[in-house]
Write a protein that binds this ligand. Structure first.
Ligand SMILES: Nc1ncnc2c1ncn2[C@@H]1O[C@H](COP(=O)(O)OP(=O)(O)OP(=O)(O)O)[C@@H](O)[C@H]1O
Ligand SMILES: [Mg+2]
Length: 392
């Protein structure tokens, strides 16, 4: 990976010496003699790392780091200072520098600091790349139905307000997809959403997964502290999928955690504070479970500050053409095919099917039809019998 280092120093000799040494190590370099020039480079985003002199003729190095915090791109900074005293060191680190080196520069020490900073830069690049590719793979089809348009508006508002959202709806209506959408459009999308499927985890493990435990909290074995997902989701979104499967004792702990924004790890004595937006999803009737004392009513109200009920597909048939178009495109890409569309009669058959498995079933049907399809378009004969048979 190529790293470009911006060398900022008012002495020409220092700039040129550092440049020669860094070039030998394979780094790209840019030179700046003043605070203003350095700021200009950082604003343009043309360097990955900054070596910054403390005292410049037109400004004070640490101030640049403080200014950089508000810029869209802020590379890590290694400060170079003529003063080795504690006060200066503390001031530099407080300003947000990644490291500092005293003059005269000990080159091996500088090399080490640069290596550390460039590892950080490459890790960040990888993360940005992963995030971009995840966003590309993620698609949310809205369609034309007034219900879905209203749902998307509500979802956006909830995302902006960081409100807890409860998503309900039959299986396959898109609850997972909507949760991802809410995370993506909210201002917490710089941090990943943390998801847990409460139905897929043994109830004894669920508490540990969510809240973590302190070191050596179980007798007979030595373990390290485990950080729970609630903590991992700090300043981001926690997606509790299939919330109806959560045992009552854990519901009580979750309620307290949401209400007070802090909780105790298993066997912990110090509260852990968190700032978490909770999105939960369920395809069970939670009010009926409350009646049956299987779900806590107080938790239910905490979770559904905003409640979004996804309609079954049969109640939004006007969205079927958009969804079909989306799936044809999607499977063309994934199966290296070139299906151009669907004919009118086949589309009509899709619009009159009851779709008990909702969008998941529609997606599977299109995938299967494309495998059968010999021509340019999907026709009735590519669809399964239960869809083409009338009066189903
Ligand atoms: N709005 C949408 N846009 C594009 N694809 C969608 C949309 N909604 C659902 N899908 C597709 O349908 C599939 C099922 O959606 P999802 O897993 O979100 O359903 P669910 O409501 O969580 O179902 P379950 O209750 O069974 O967990 C997804 O994999 C996705 O392919
Ligand atoms: Mg789901």
């Amino acid at each position: 990976m190529s790293i470009t280092i911006l060398i900022v120093d008012d002495e020409e000799n220092t700039r040129l010496n550092l440049e020669a040494l860094l070039k030998d190590d394979g780094y790209g370099t840019i030179l700046a003699a003043t605070y203003a020039e350095a700021k200009d480079h950082v604003l343009k985003g043309d360097c990955d790392l900054v070596l910054l002199d403390m005292q410049l003729t037109d400004g004070y190095g640490p101030n640049l780091i403080i200014e950089m915090a508000t810029m869209p791109y802020h590379p890590p900074v290694i400060m170079i200072t003529g003063y080795g005293d504690i006060e200066t060191a503390v001031e530099i680190m407080k300003s947000g520098a990644m490291d500092f080196i005293t003059k005269p520069v000990d080159f091996p020490r500088l090399q080490k600091a640069i290596k550390r900073a460039s590892d950080f830069v490459s890790m960040k690049r990888e993360l940005d790349h992963l995030r971009d590719s995840q966003n590309q793979n993620f698609d949310f089809v809205v369609g034309k139905s007034p219900k879905m348009i209203e749902i998307v508006e509500l979802a956006k508002k909830a995302a902006q307000k960081k409100a807890n959202v409860l998503i309900t709806g039959e299986t396959g209506t898109g609850k997972d997809v909507l949760a991802k959408y809410i995370h993506k459009v909210g201002n917490r999308s710089t941090k990943s959403m943390v998801s847990i499927n409460c139905a897929a985890i043994q109830s004894t493990m669920l508490e540990i997964e969510l809240f973590g435990y302190e070191a050596n909290s179980f007798t007979g074995s030595a373990q390290k502290r485990k950080v729970g997902l609630m903590e991992v989701a700090d300043e981001s979104v926690l997606f509790l999928n299939e919330i109806s499967s959560m045992p009552l004792e854990i519901q009580a702990k979750l309620l307290t955690a949401i209400e007070s924004q802090n909780f105790y790890r298993v066997a912990g004595t110090q509260p852990v504070s968190v700032d978490v937006q909770v999105i939960s999803a369920s395809n069970h009737n939670l009010p009926a479970m409350i009646e049956a004392h299987e779900f806590r009513e107080d938790l239910y109200y905490r979770l559904k500050v905003v409640e979004i009920e996804l309609p079954p597909l049969r109640e939004r048939v006007e969205d079927i053409p958009d969804l079909v178009g989306f799936f044809i495109h999607h499977f063309n890409m994934h199966m290296a095919m070139n299906v151009q569309g669907i004919d009118g009669i086949a589309l009509e058959a899709l619009q009159s099917h009851p779709w008990r498995g909702n969008i998941r079933e529609l997606s599977n049907t299109i995938e299967r039809a494309m495998i059968f399809c010999d021509g340019e378009k999907i026709t009735l004969s590519d669809l399964p019998l239960e869809i083409t048979r009338k009066n189903n």
